[in-house]
Design a protein around this ligand. Structure first.
Ligand code: DGL
Length: 259
């Protein structure tokens, strides 16, 4: 079994929602987190840029002798995951597979909604994977480009976030979905605004929970009760530290790294 640290990365603070779930499901695993806060958002970046950024971040994480990699970015997972997979020869976990597994085991009607970045919606990876396993399923996807900047700004639960959620999620009104996938790892931080904007009986999927379950099956952890996680950012350290405190409930004091 694999007791090395787990490398995990995202464009910024969103991946902390995934880190949080891994800390719960695999509590003795040490995480080495990289948030590319200087270059966030990734949502409408070209695939070539996402590949280049991933390569730089993965080289950094590999230099820390990680034993597995978590791509805690929905956009990279949904668009260039095959390219990223080829960059490592250790276990790798992406958000789309976890989202699809969780959504298919939750939906009754097969009518599934997806909220995500523009890049993720355009790639249609969730829809293809869902239909490959359940051909009668219907997937309606809505891009919410304002959500990531709101989260990076720390506007998690205010009138602007509520108004944005209400407008974006109104697009689902005619589609009778019973399950909604949060296809971007920043979005669980807007859960209150999202819940307030949709009927209470729609089940909301945060794929991070399923991903963390899968990680826990592969990684043994260090055996320590409280491993010392490491956090690195490419910039905007103060905002990152502030939001990470909200998400993880403890200070992370990220170090700035120039890639
Ligand atoms: N949190 C990432 C995602 O899941 C990145 C979003 C962004 O930076 O636009 O898509």
């Amino acid at each position: 079994m694999n007791n090395k640290p787990i490398g995990i990365f995202d464009s910024g603070v969103g991946g902390l929602t995934v880190a949080r779930q891994i800390m719960r499901a695999a509590s003795s695993c040490k995480l080495i987190y990289f948030g590319d806060s200087l270059r966030a958002p990734y949502g409408d970046r070209r695939p070539e840029e996402l590949i280049e950024f991933s390569r730089e971040i993965i080289d950094f994480l590999l230099s820390k002798d990680i034993g597995a990699l978590v791509v805690a970015c929905g956009t990279i997972s949904a668009t260039v995951f095959d390219d990223v997979r080829k960059m490592v020869d250790i276990p790798i976990f992406g958000m789309v597979e976890a989202a699809v597994e969780a959504a298919l085991s939750t939906t009754e009607t097969g009518r599934i909604g997806l909220v995500a970045t523009a890049g993720t919606v355009a790639g249609r990876a969730h829809e293809k994977a869902i239909k490959a396993r359940r051909p009668d399923a219907a997937v309606k996807a809505v891009a919410c480009p304002l959500f990531v900047p709101l989260v990076e700004e720390g506007w998690l639960d205010n009138d602007v976030a509520n108004a944005a959620a209400k407008i974006y999620l109104a697009d689902f009104a005619d589609h009778k979905i019973d399950t909604l996938i949060l296809g971007c790892t920043h979005y669980p931080l807007l859960i209150n605004s999202i819940k307030a904007a949709i009927p209470a009986d729609i089940k909301i999927i945060d794929p991070a929970a399923k991903l963390a379950e899968n990680v826990a099956k592969t990684m043994t952890g260090t055996g320590e009760a409280n491993p010392q996680h490491e956090f690195y950012v490419s910039g905007n350290k103060d905002k990152f530290d502030k939001i990470s405190y909200i998400v993880l409930g403890k200070p992370c004091d990220a170090q700035i790294v120039a890639l």
